[in-house]
Design a protein around this ligand. Structure first.
Ligand code: FES
Length: 647
């Protein structure tokens, strides 16, 4: 009769194995990632799985508990000492005695960082670059004069099949004392970024060291976000964010580049500022997660090109003008302590590749997270900041560009504009008959016309309008006929409504009559038109390159993308027409991509490969940019239609 059939869930990988094979071995042979630190000694408990019982007719498997060997003495001892959750078995000890469906518990759930919809929680296969490997090393013997370290390496080869291990030099002076302290039982942290890399010993612990952590970090020009995850379970144990202290050198990216150009020590000051902030965040996540800083062994960073360069201590001046040359576009691998982020002496850092001079490692990480290159549908991804990073593509081709949208979407250049913070108007509705507005401010639940608003708002104050609020108010003004297709505020409406105010030769709309007074001026409308036209023109260039006049799916990344209502993005023509159900905020997709690379080194290869294949388009050099830009000044657009809005 045939060997038993074993199916692993959720990966769906299956194979036949001789009776008595351990479940862990079977998983290994199929390339199913099951963690193991103790190397099958039934002491680390990392290899837990459970059996899915019952009939799996569609898999042709009748799985049952008794198709696994009964709990033996070692597993029993583990259960007694450490406790096994109900239904769980140690896969290193449980042997295959019949057909099985095995559940590999997936703690690696990555929530889209802005946790608005739990449905965005995603599960990823794990395969971290750092593995913890427990070994028992032969004691020294006068007859065999092999060094302590050499016998350790021999044990790593026999027990873990790590051949030809390189050793971080800082460990050499410590090896002897660690081996003796652990009574020849030690746990080696082995770093291997690529399949064909030589494995490297980066940390060594006496006895069984059953934990190791990693951080994933998105360095935004405004906000820095960091996650601390267990490399062994994949669980994210803490997250923290802070504002980027480089803001004091310049609000937006270009002003930071000019700061470097104008000040001899400007580059260094900004590098120190961002690294200080990162060190502070590392302390914060460690405290939150009760993790020792030295237990962090791997780290992944993403950022736009200018953040990327300043973080690495590279002068970003070349990125300030054409041809926008990156000092380095490929992935960067280094020791964290070399960039002033001391954790463990052996901690490694991986920085994702940049796509182009204006399209950074953050866009690469967002691409990895959303996967336009993995699907047939034509997907558009935009990350809107002072520079919009735009990626468009599907499995056959991906193109990318950036567009100079300017800071209007972030509330700068808008008369009552402000950053998204408590007190900022973020949602607006305008009654098309009376032209009276109702709105919501950040930090207050009820709308302005609902009970309780006045009391709650009084304590915070209504301070201004943020990016998403500006999009909504201008879209609502357009829908209510207050502004024309060309973006002109209709002065004739002043007769009908006291909300329309005259100022000289133009008109504005009074959104809130308080202190401060919040109005939307003709200049505000213009600023948004210019920003959205730049964004749309960039998108159109990419659509031209792809030869399409329609996109199937749109992902709006970043903080701004998270808070704008897709409907209003279409009303204003920020992005091309698309089925509204397929326009989604993708949260901090860059942070998600960074975490994917932290927990599975396979994703590092995937994005390196994808970035190499992406066609980069320099919008400034494209003759059709101007034409698209002019058409996109109109609301929603002079030439393109938006059939999905009609529904
Ligand atoms: Fe450590 Fe199974 S591998 S308990």
């Amino acid at each position: 009769t045939a060997d038993p059939l074993v199916l692993f869930m959720p990966s769906g990988k299956r194979g036949r194995f001789p009776l008595g094979t351990s479940v862990l071995d079977a998983a290994r042979q199929l390339g199913v990632y099951v963690e193991s630190v103790c190397g099958g000694r039934a002491t680390c408990g990392r290899c837990q799985v459970s059996v899915q019982e019952g009939h799996f007719a569609k898999h042709g498997i009748t799985s049952a508990d008794d198709h696994l060997s009964p709990v033996g003495p070692k597993e029993e001892r583990y259960d007694r000492v450490r406790g096994l959750p109900d239904g769980r078995r140690l896969s290193c000890s449980a042997q295959i005695l019949g057909d099985l469906v095995i559940d590999v518990p997936q703690d690696t759930v990555i929530n889209a960082q802005v946790v608005r919809k739990a449905a965005d929680a995603r599960v990823f296969d794990r395969n971290p670059a750092v593995r913890m490997c427990y070994v028992e090393v032969e004691e020294p013997d006068m007859e065999k004069p092999l060094g302590d370290l050499d016998r350790l390496l021999a044990a790593l080869a026999t027990e873990w099949q790590f051949e030809d291990v390189e050793v971080d030099f800082h460990l050499m002076p410590q090896v002897q004392s660690i081996l003796r302290k652990g009574e020849w039982k030690v746990t080696a942290a082995i770093h291997k970024d690529r399949d064909d890399d030589r494995p490297r010993l980066i940390a060594l612990y006496p006895g069984l060291k059953n934990e190791a952590y990693g951080i994933a970090c998105d360095i935004g020009s405004t906000t820095i976000a960091m996650h601390l995850s267990s490399l062994l379970s994949g669980r994210t144990v803490a997250s923290a964010g802070t504002s980027n202290p480089q803001i004091r050198f310049g609000e937006d990216l270009m002003s930071r580049v000019s700061y470097v150009m104008m000040n001899p020590d400007g580059r260094e000051a900004m590098t120190i500022a961002v690294r200080d902030a990162l060190n502070g965040l590392i302390d914060k996540v460690c405290e939150q997660g009760s993790v020792a800083r030295t237990d962090i062994l791997d780290s992944v960073f993403v950022g736009n090109p200018i953040m990327h360069h300043l973080f690495l201590g590279i002068d970003p001046t070349e990125l300030g003008g054409a041809p926008f040359a990156l000092a380095v576009s490929g992935a960067v691998k280094l020791k964290s302590q070399d960039i002033g982020l001391p954790m463990n002496e052996g901690t490694r850092t991986y920085v994702l590749p940049c796509i182009a001079g204006h399209v950074g490692a953050d866009a690469a990480a967002a691409t990895l997270s959303e996967g336009p290159h993995r699907q047939e549908e034509m997907m558009l991804m935009v990350d809107i900041g002072t520079n919009a990073e735009i990626v468009l593509g599907n499995a056959s081709r991906v193109v990318a560009a950036s567009s100079p949208t300017g800071p209007a979407f972030e509330g700068a250049e808008i008369s009552s504009g402000q950053r998204a913070a408590p007190g900022a108007i973020e949602r607006v509705r305008i009654d098309p008959l009376t032209l009276e507005p109702r709105f919501r401010i950040i930090g207050v639940e009820p709308w302005s016309d609902e009970p309780g608003f006045a009391e709650e708002a009084a304590s915070i104050g209504i301070t201004g309008i943020c990016g998403s609020g500006i999009i909504e108010v201008i879209a609502e003004m357009f829908l209510a006929g207050i502004i024309s297709e060309d973006g002109v505020v209709e002065g004739s409406l002043a007769e009908r409504s006291s909300r329309i105010l005259e100022n000289g030769r133009t008109f504005s709309y009074l959104l809130h009559d308080g202190s401060p007074r919040i109005t939307i001026t003709q200049n505000d409308v213009r600023a948004i038109q210019l920003a959205k036209a730049a964004l749309y023109a960039g998108v159109k260039l990419l659509m031209d390159k792809q030869g399409v006049n329609h996109v199937d799916r749109i992902g709006l990344a970043g903080a701004f993308g998270t808070f704008i209502d897709p409907k209003y993005a279409l009303v204003l023509g920020l992005v091309p027409d698309c089925d509204l159900a397929k326009v989604k905020a993708v949260g901090n997709a860059a942070g998600t991509g960074a975490r994917m690379c932290l927990l599975n080194r396979g994703y590092r290869r995937e994005i390196e490969e994808t970035v190499r294949r992406i066609d980069k388009i320099e919008t400034a050099l494209e003759p059709k940019f101007q034409e698209h830009f002019v058409a996109a000044m109109a609301l929603p657009n002079k030439v393109d239609s938006f059939p999905n809005l009609a529904q």
